[in-house]
Design a protein around this ligand. Structure first.
Ligand code: B12
Ligand code: SF4
Ligand code: SF4
Length: 325
């Protein structure tokens, strides 16, 4: 009887999440990520592949175990919202402009997803509280910034497999999906983990402009354009700078090369506002920007966290690369 009630609660939560606009939802127990995944993370850190992201070395016990993140945790509700592929009618090519242009990655063409997804997850938590008529249940909402191995948990909750590009990939929706979780003290029914589906393919590895991905499963952030343009502080090594091309903020190559992403349906409209005008930015103009212009342009965007100084650093590199191609 108790089990039946628990099962129906899990189903009600999933139904509500889909109604709220999530594309995927699954549940896993709040247990440590597998020994293989934890060892992979430790090797990655030891090899220096987190580059300058010092925060990745902190709170390791929590990152590998949701129960260490929140006392009494029993389950993790894993959710995802697709942000790509960007539908054709929302694409802008920038080819008509005679000026040199820099490209903003797909995920950053929307309003900041952190805020949006947190609000959606709060709505799920409120729903559960009402359903159970119990305000004392515990929920910890996590979107990106919490020390939690989001991809490993999402894989275990059945949302998708981890591809050779290290992206959590759903066979129907591809890899352009944001992840977010609720860690809770509720005991819910766990889903079945997703199976890897990369056999015979290495398109993402070949598509990577800098060799950040390797066939032995390594991922070197120090070479990744996403890391260099978003996380790295200070000057960018000149050899790598030449490979950044026109990527002004983030990089989509290993996601877009994946057949599962290419065959996925276009991302549907959500309340998360899309800004097509931010796709191609005039590089020479950015170099002249004052702080207020940057703040105004990216007030509601994740680009804002980069700051104008590093945005100009990226623009200068893209401009140089445009001149030499
Ligand atoms: C640090 C970070 C980065 C770093 C490092 C990326 C990386 N691959 O680790 C940088 C700045 C480079 C980055 C870039 C991007 N990021 Co980022 N990033 C994160 C963050 C904060 C932590 C990731 C992490 O734990 N890395 C550590 C390494 C070791 O993780 P990993 O390689 O994925 O390996 C783990 C598992 O995949 C698993 N695993 C991997 N291989 C294997 C093999 C075996 C055998 C086993 C058993 C397990 C296993 O074990 C590991 C431990 O969990 C997460 C949010 C979060 N809290 O999780 C977002 C996150 C991963 N990023 C995200 C996004 C969207 C991006 C970009 C696409 C943005 C862009 N367009 O520029 C790129 C993609 C680059 C790429 N190919 O990974 C999304 C990914 C969504 C998805 N579908 O996977 C996340 C989940 C944010 C979110 N909430 O949506 N990111
Ligand atoms: S985001 Fe770009 S640079 Fe980074 S691994 Fe993927 S393709 Fe390579
Ligand atoms: S491109 Fe191929 S190898 Fe890479 S994640 Fe997709 S299916 Fe796997």
């Amino acid at each position: 009887m108790l089990e039946l009630a628990t099962m129906s609660l899990s189903d009600s939560i999933k139904t509500r999440a889909l109604e709220l606009g999530f594309d995927l939802v699954g549940i896993t127990k709040a247990e440590p990520i597998g020994a293989d995944a934890a060892a992979h993370l430790q090797r990655w850190l030891d090899a220096g592949h987190a580059a300058g992201m010092e925060y990745m070395h902190r709170n390791l016990a929590k990152r590998v175990n949701p129960a260490a993140l929140m006392e009494g945790a029993r389950s993790v509700i894993c959710t995802a919202i697709a942000y790509g592929p960007i539908p054709d009618d929302k694409q802008t090519t920038g080819q008509t402009s005679s000026e040199s242009l820099g490209r903003i990655a797909d995920f950053a063409l929307y309003d900041d997803y952190h805020v949006f997804m947190k609000n959606k997850l709060r709505a799920i938590a409120d729903y559960i509280g009402e359903l159970l008529d119990d305000r004392h249940r515990k929920f910890r909402i996590c979107v990106d910034s919490a020390p939690l191995a989001e991809r490993s948990l999402a894989r275990r909750a059945g949302l998708g497999f981890i591809g050779k590009n290290h992206m959590l990939t759903n066979t129907r929706l591809g890899s352009q999906i944001f992840l977010a979780q609720i860690v809770t003290d509720l005991t819910l029914e766990a889903d079945t983990p997703a199976e890897t589906a990369c056999e015979g393919c290495d398109k993402c590895i070949r598509a990577c402009p800098t060799g950040a991905l390797s066939s032995d499963g390594d991922f070197d952030s120090a070479k990744c354009i996403s890391y260099l343009t978003i996380e790295h502080k200070g000057a960018i090594d000149v050899n790598l700078a030449g490979r950044i091309g026109n990527r002004l903020f983030g990089c989509d190559e290993c996601s877009l090369a994946c057949p599962y992403t290419q065959n996925a349906p276009a991302a549907k409209d959500t309340e998360l506002r899309f800004h097509p005008e931010r796709r191609w930015m005039k590089l020479a103009e950015i170099l002249e920007w004052r702080p207020e212009q940057f703040e105004t342009c990216f007030a509601d965007s994740t680009v804002k966290r980069l700051g104008l100084e590093r945005f100009k650093r990226n623009a200068k590199i893209c401009l140089q690369n445009c001149r030499y191609t």
